[in-house]
Each structure stands twice: as structure tokens, then as C-alpha cells.
Write a protein that binds this ligand. Structure first.
Ligand code: MLT
Length: 411
């Protein structure tokens, strides 16, 4: 008899965005005339940069000739892309990363979900609350999180509340934790962390031999000076942190799929007897076994983003989304709502009006204004009473959404 991994049975309900899609589809089937505006999942809507399209066309042609044809890609990514990542994303910020410290993949979602495989099941994980659900759910599937309580918390997860009261910056955990998930600029709150605050985390991890799993998928959206783009801007971070980056939001690759993570060679985790092992080598071994790399065509498309023209083109798209963010932010503030984020990130995090619950507001918004957003509580218990909107819609639908907030909702 085949037995299942019973940890999967512990997961409450659907994956957040699948649940939202299900509810929206149910609504649409009953209201076929409704013009629904989707500002829920953070999926991009603008086309790929022209440089990427051209590079991908050329790469398709390469595949048509025996001299330039490519079979299996390198497990860790093609050197042409890794060199550009190192040069543009890191060296330009004064950070030195080795070519064998970058691992190209098909997404930061899969990387942040898979990375926990390198760690023992007895590790205590800490997450910000609210949090991108993938970090927690992937640990639930592995069996690291204990039991799910009626308070919406897992018994073996340390939750670090991020609310308006602490300006959405988590306090260091009181308990000693082993794996720490941080995402800045933050999904879902759209808020950032200062270098001084981030340094406290690096120091904590150094002291406790913990590992920080730092998701900086939204760094390209940073507009304010002094906000760290990479955790490696902090001294000592290479000994304690893995960084995840993605082309999804930076260059419109949500459908094309390309990302990478950086695992410095000096980063170690330990056996039960205290023997140090390089996570870089363990990840290489894991990827070579379970992953056959990102296609040549996609990696050529990603490489093109790093040309001067590519950087200009992706910036234009990022500015388009950030204008949407400003329109949402300013529009909702005018209506008297309390709004956060949207300055260094494409997410707007708002306090629901009249103390409404997150799902209650989701239903109101869908029913009365035909707008889809994401209930804050779906990201964790401290998200209750908050709501997330994305800036990734078209200009037209973003403006219309703001107009509907004013005209259709009685708030
Ligand atoms: C989100 O809406 O939070 C993101 O689109 C999810 C993701 O990047 O997987």
C-alpha cells in the first residue's frame, strides 16, 4: 500500500491565490456581465522588453542550427547570464559574488520553497507575519511546522508580527531560531527595512549560527535612497544569508520563468555533531539531481535585460507600475483610507475600513465594486484587518479601480 506524506493533509484550505481564483471564478459564473478588475495576484501585464523578445528570437534561431544548437542547459545556469548578474546586480553595488555562487532557476517561488530541503526537520523557522505563504506552506509539507492552531499559527513556527505599530519591521525573535525568512521590499506589505535594521538580523544570525533566507524579488522597485537592495550590502551577510532574486517582477518573466539565488561559498550549516557543511555545494548537488536548468532561449532573454538598452526598457515598465502604485495610494488616501507601501514596491497594503475583516472586505470589494484584491489574513494572522492591492494592472483598470472605490463602496 502506498502511503502519503501526511504533512500535506495538514495544510488548511487551498494555496492563497488558488483560493482567490476559485472565488472569483465562482462570482464570474454567476455574474457574467461583471467587469472584474484583478488586483489580486501580483502578476505582470506589460509585455516583455523588446530587447528580450529580440534575444529570444535569435536564441530560437540558434536552436535551428547544428553549430549553435543547445541540449541540456548547465544546472547552475549559463555563464553568459551569470556573468551579467554578477556585474550588474552586484558589482555595480560594490558586492563581489563568484560565478559558482549564483544558481539560475525557474522562479523565486520554487527556490524559496525548495531551499528548506537542505535543512534538518528539527530546525525552528521564523517568518514575518504577514508573509508570502510559500515559505510556510513548503515547510508544512516537509513536516517542520508542528500543528495548525485555531489562531492560524503553526505550533513550531515563530511569527514576527509586522503591523502599522512597528512600521512593518519585525523585531528580533526572543527564542533562538535557525532559519529566518525575510523579504524586503516586502510582499505583501510593500514596506522596506533600513540597513541598520537589517544589520541587526545579520548580527543575530551570526551569533546564533542561523541562516537568513532573504527574498529580494522586488528590489528593482526601490525608489528611495538608503534602502538596501541586497542583504550582502551588510557586512558579514555572506556568512549567514542566501539571497533570492527573480526576473518575474523585474523584467516581466512571470510567464517566461527565470530567477536566481546566491549562495556564498562561506555560508555553512551544521550536522548534529557540529560539523560545518557548505550550503553552496549541497544546493548544487540538489539542483543537479532534481532540476535540469532553465532553457537556453529564456536565459538569453534574461541576459538581454542587462544591456544598456535592456536596463532602460525594464525601467520604463517598472515606472509604469510604480505610477499605478502612486495612483492607487493617492486615490485611497483621498478617500480617507490608511495606506502603506507602494513607494518602493508594487504592493499597496491598506487597513480595511470600519474594522472589517480581511475576507469580509474581499467580498464587499468583489460584490460591490467588482475588484479583486488579496485579503491580508491570507498572508498570516497579523494580516487580519489589512488588504493588499497590486500595481501590476493596466493603467486603465488601475484608474477605474480607484474610481470604483470612491463611487461604489460606501466607505
Ligand atoms: C504575489 O501575488 O504575492 C506573487 O505574485 C506571488 C508570486 O510571486 O508567486
Amino acid at each position: 500500500m502506498a502511503h502519503i506524506n501526511e504533512n500535506h493533509l495538514k495544510l488548511p484550505g487551498n494555496y492563497l491565490f488558488a483560493e482567490i481564483a476559485k472565488r472569483v471564478n465562482a462570482y464570474k459564473s454567476e455574474h457574467s456581465d461583471a467587469k472584474v478588475i484583478r488586483l489580486g495576484i501580483g502578476d505582470v501585464t506589460r509585455p516583455l522588453a523588446q530587447v528580450t523578445i529580440d534575444a529570444m528570437h535569435k536564441a530560437v534561431d540558434d536552436m535551428a542550427h547544428v553549430e549553435t544548437f543547445k541540449g541540456y542547459p548547465e544546472y547552475e545556469g549559463y555563464d553568459f547570464l551569470i556573468q551579467k548578474i554578477i556585474e550588474v546586480d552586484y558589482l555595480k553595488r560594490g558586492i563581489k559574488i563568484g560565478t559558482d555562487e549564483v544558481f539560475v532557476s525557474d522562479g523565486a517561488k520554487s527556490d524559496t520553497a525548495n531551499i528548506q530541503e537542505l535543512f534538518g526537520l528539527d530546525n525552528l523557522i521564523a517568518v514575518t507575519d504577514p508573509v508570502y505563504p510559500v515559505y510556510v506552506d513548503s515547510n508544512v509539507m516537509a513536516g517542520r511546522t508542528g500543528e495548525y492552531g485555531t489562531d492560524g499559527k503553526w505550533s513550531k513556527v515563530v511569527y514576527m508580527p509586522c503591523t502599522a505599530e512597528n512600521n512593518f519591521v519585525p523585531a528580533l525573535p526572543k527564542a533562538k531560531v535557525d532559519m529566518i525568512y525575510l523579504c524586503f521590499p516586502n510582499n505583501p506589505t510593500g514596506m522596506t527595512i533600513s540597513k541598520t535594521e537589517l544589520k541587526k538580523w545579520v548580527d543575530y544570525a551570526t551569533e546564533n549560527k542561523s541562516i537568513i533566507l532573504f527574498d529580494s524579488a522586488y528590489e528593482a522597485y526601490i525608489h528611495e535612497d538608503g534602502v538596501p537592495h541586497s542583504i550582502y550590502e551588510i557586512e558579514g551577510a555572506k556568512e549567514v544569508a542566501i539571497e533570492f532574486r527573480s526576473f518575474s517582477k523585474t523584467a516581466g518573466f512571470t510567464g517566461t520563468r527565470c530567477a536566481y539565488c546566491v549562495i556564498p561559498k562561506e555560508l555553512n550549516a551544521y550536522t548534529a555533531t557540529g560539523e560545518a557543511h557548505s550550503l553552496n555545494r549541497l544546493w548544487y548537488r540538489r539542483q543537479a539531481t532534481k532540476f535540469n536548468g532553465v532553457s537556453y532561449i529564456v536565459q538569453r532573454g534574461a541576459e538581454a535585460v542587462y544591456s544598456e538598452e535592456g536596463q532602460k526598457q525594464i525601467r520604463e515598465t517598472i515606472e509604469y507600475y510604480m505610477t499605478n502604485a502612486r495612483i492607487i495610494r493617492e486615490g485611497l488616501v483621498k478617500l480617507g483610507l490608511k495606506v502603506f507601501g507602494g513607494v518602493n514596491a508594487p504592493y499597496i497594503w491598506l487597513k480595511t475600513p470600519d474594522g472589517m475583516g480581511s475576507w469580509e472586505f474581499f467580498n464587499k470589494l468583489l460584490n460591490e465594486a467588482n475588484i479583486v484584491g488579496t485579503p491580508g489574513v491570507g498572508f498570516g494572522p497579523s494580516g487580519e484587518g489589512y488588504f493588499r492591492l497590486t500595481a501590476f494592472g493596466s493603467r486603465e483598470s488601475t484608474e477605474e479601480a480607484v474610481e470604483r472605490f470612491g463611487s461604489r463602496l460606501n466607505i
